[in-house]
Design a protein around this ligand. Structure first.
Ligand code: SAM
Ligand code: SF4
Length: 326
């Protein structure tokens, strides 16, 4: 079991399969982003070896992310290998959904259980502006394909950015009236080389909730008032789905955090918003024994920071979100 010095049992691993992406969302990366060479990224056998290592220490829940995980070659085989690993009981993915029309069924057949799909607006022109060239129809087809393939409950993610999509939260929340989906609104977080946008154009959970409630009336607490993952969840009265808020900036959920991240280049990252990392890939490539890797991992988890430092103005400078694995 991997326990940190505050007694939290860390058993949820987010693996970034690649820092590459087929979009360039304005809040995530610059248009001229340069990506790491493939040789620097974990290879397929290394990802599976790490999965076995983490599983041997009690990690039972895995989410694949990136960058965009679906652009990774052999993604279906990687999912198949992860789901077949002893001890892994939950395998999910966060994706922009563009490639799900063709991949949802093969991924489900390979053992993927659920997806979170990013959709920041339903307006085609605004979607293009937010993602720099994305087509909303392709995401929509991806969402329907995911649902058809049984990758449920479908969860949708929207980052809300002042001047781009703050007025769209009502239409997005309205999706939950007829669909059994969870529509989650995420407060924008600042990362390396934080653009003015990441700091000055944040819309808070309170503002988003206010807009939704002014249209649909007071939201009713869901999930017994408990967090669902990192989201506080509610219903619009009579709706089939839920509305969730991930308010890492204004209401951090650090005390309940059970997660660690493995970056695409094989670094153990203990907090999304703290720079500290432990290199696992270099020792693995140098022939470290399982026992040595386990020790590195357990020592790293033990030192997991209590929480992030955004309230004190501390912003992680060594990587952006897509390089860590959001
Ligand atoms: N490409 C996939 C996607 O977009 O869903 C997975 C990786 S993406 C980095 C994971 C999540 O992080 C997405 O929901 C995205 O909207 C969110 N995200 C990216 N940059 C962010 C930021 N600065 N603050 C908050 N969320 C962010
Ligand atoms: Fe790509 Fe996801 Fe970042 Fe958008 S949020 S640029 S889809 S990694």
């Amino acid at each position: 079991m991997a326990i940190d010095r505050f007694g939290r049992n860390i058993h949820y691993l987010r693996i970034s399969l690649t820092d590459h992406c087929n979009l360039r969302c304005i809040y995530c990366m610059p248009e001229d982003m340069t990506f790491r060479p493939n040789a620097d990224l974990m290879q397929d056998d290394e990802i599976l070896a790490f999965t076995r290592l983490f599983a041997s220490l009690g990690f039972d829940k895995i989410r694949l992310t990136g960058g965009e995980p679906t652009v990774r070659a052999n993604i279906v085989d990687i999912i198949r290998g992860i789901s077949a690993t002893e001890g892994i009981r939950s395998v999910s993915m966060t994706t922009n959904g563009l490639l799900l029309k063709k991949l949802a069924q093969p991924l489900a057949d390979a053992g993927l259980q659920r997806v979170n799909i990013s959709i920041d607006t339903l307006d085609p022109a605004k979607f293009k502006r937010l993602t720099r060239w994305g087509k909303i129809d392709e995401v929509w087809e991806g969402i329907l394909a995911a649902e058809k393939a049984g990758l449920t409950p479908v969860k949708l993610n929207a980052v809300v950015v002042k001047g781009y999509n703050e007025e769209d939260v009502v239409d997005l929340a309205a999706l939950t009236i007829d669909h059994p989906w969870q529509m989650r609104f995420i407060e924008m977080m600042p990362f390396a080389g934080a653009t003015d946008l990441q700091v000055n154009q944040v819309i808070t959970m309170a503002q988003i909730q206010g807009s939704i409630e002014s249209e649909f009336g007071k939201l009713e607490p869901a999930n017994g008032g408990k967090l669902d993952g990192e989201a506080q969840v509610f219903h619009i009265h009579g709706a089939r789905g839920d509305v969730g808020f991930i308010s890492s900036v204004t209401h951090p959920f650090c005390s309940a955090c059970t997660r660690a991240r493995l970056t695409a280049d094989g670094k153990l990252r203990l907090c999304l918003l703290r720079e500290k990392e432990v290199d696992l890939l270099t020792p693995m490539r140098a022939g470290a024994t399982q026992e040595e890797l386990r020790r590195l991992l357990l020592d790293g988890v033990w030192e997991k920071p209590w929480g992030h430092g955004l309230a004190d103005g501390i912003i992680p400078l060594n990587r952006i979100m897509s390089e860590i694995g959001g």
